[in-house]
Write a protein that binds this ligand. Structure first.
Ligand SMILES: [Zn+2]
Length: 417
């Protein structure tokens, strides 16, 4: 998976992006650049499942157009994320009729929410993908994607929708998973499954720390429904297609379901044991082994999925009494710094712990040091080093980029704001 969207966008602008189209089976094309796009040739033109990120779609479309010049008849957006529902314009051929765009009915609410929380979404996505909030300027140079896409859905559905386009049948099914507006698409005539982001080739993105609620429990049910179709080909929301391997696809879907189910069940068991503070739950749960490549925590990670479960069934309070009605961060940090003999003493101890590999404890002291003395250059540099070191030991992109971001904020004397 492309690790850094900012770099990918730059590569498209410089004409360096290399996108390969795979003919998965007769007249079915898959291409992926950060996110995947599947195109089915039918008697009436193309059916597209997803359309990529707007800034990357021209590279995806160019690659597809080496294989087919058919107009786009119908599009399914698997969900309303910016890397799936905003790239359609690049795929249209000159003078063609506007295509029918199918999506789940909850997508309209998402677009309203994006418009209402545009600045917030720009900042958290810059941190997730580009590492510092200042990179938002580059990511959104051509305008912010947060709002209604250029080609909004023309047909929406609630539970399931069956369509026939130019002689090919498609079942569009709703399930809650990464989002509440998620669809997956099954084409029985080609035995192709497009799971959207229910499957992304690595551990599911079910716990994203900065995003709205995700649904790891319902995700399990959707994956099992997909496996029951016995797909021969898999064209995922991210990562590579799996071609002509029904047993391998079933294993991917079922082991991912089991992985999520294990995290959900163990987190609920911890919650049910007298509902302890959340930090106790996430550091105490035993997470399942990633013994298959598609369960590796490369993008998201199980500790964050446990957080998602806690939020799903609980409120915002962490269970620590001081965090119910906290003092301003700087005031708290000032008290700790006074007791420790100064912010530099906190920063020094944070550095020692970091060097000893005690990254979790180091971060608590580092935050207090920076919050107590944001202008102190020695503190900025020590805290920057602590988070840079923490970033390098992460397996997940999510944690790595957020810690890189923390290092950048520290070095500019901004306690993460
Ligand atoms: Zn996605």
């Amino acid at each position: 998976m492309v690790d850094n969207v900012v770099e990918a966008v730059q590569a498209v602008r410089d004409g360096r992006a290399e996108v390969e189209t795979v003919e998965v089976t007769d007249g079915v094309y898959f291409q992926s650049y950060f996110s995947g796009v599947t195109a089915f040739e039918t008697g009436d033109g193309l059916v597209l499942v997803d359309t990529g990120l707007r800034a990357l779609a021209p590279a995806l479309a160019e690659s597809l157009r080496e294989h087919t010049d058919a107009p786009v008849d119908t599009v399914v957006y698997t969900h309303g994320h910016v890397d799936h529902a905003y790239g359609l314009e690049a795929f249209l051929v000159d003078g063609q009729e506007p295509p029918e765009v199918i999506a789940h009915e909850a997508m309209a609410d998402r677009f309203r929410r994006y418009a209402r929380t545009k600045g917030h979404n720009e900042a958290i996505n810059a941190r997730q993908f580009g590492a510092t909030v200042d990179m938002a300027d580059l990511m959104y140079e051509d305008g912010s994607p947060f709002g209604v896409p250029e080609h909004p859905p023309t047909t929406t559905y609630r539970d399931a929708l069956s369509i026939d386009v130019g002689g090919l049948r498609f079942q569009v099914r709703h399930g809650r998973g990464e989002t509440d507006d998620h669809s997956w698409v099954w084409c029985p005539d080609r035995e192709v499954l497009c799971p959207g982001d229910f499957f992304i080739g690595v551990a599911p993105n079910a716990g994203n720390p900065q995003k709205v609620q995700r649904y790891p429990g319902e995700w399990v049910d959707a994956l099992r429904e997909m496996a029951a179709r016995e797909p021969r080909h898999l064209c995922p929301g991210h990562g590579d297609a799996v071609v002509d391997d029904p047993a391998g696809i079933e294993r991917r879907l079922r082991t991912t379901a089991e992985y999520l189910e294990t995290v959900v069940d163990r987190t609920l068991a911890a919650l049910n044991d007298e509902s302890p503070p959340h930090a106790d739950i996430v550091t105490g749960v035993e997470y399942p082994d990633a013994d298959e490549p598609w369960l590796e925590a490369q993008y998201d990670e199980p500790e964050f999925i446990a957080r998602s479960v806690i939020r799903r069934y609980g409120g915002w309070w962490t269970g620590r009494p001081c965090e119910l009605k906290p003092a301003p961060r700087g005031d708290v940090a000032g008290e700790f710094a006074d007791l420790a003999g100064g912010a530099d003493a906190l920063a020094e101890r944070a550095r020692e712990l970091s060097e000893a590999g005690e990254h979790r404890r180091a971060s608590h002291l580092a935050d207090a040091a920076l919050e107590a003395a944001p202008e102190d250059e020695a503190v900025q540099s020590a805290v920057g080093d602590v988070y840079q070191a923490r970033a390098t030991v992460q397996t997940s992109m999510m944690a790595r980029n957020l810690y890189r971001s923390a290092a950048a904020y520290a070095r500019s004397g901004r306690p993460y704001r």
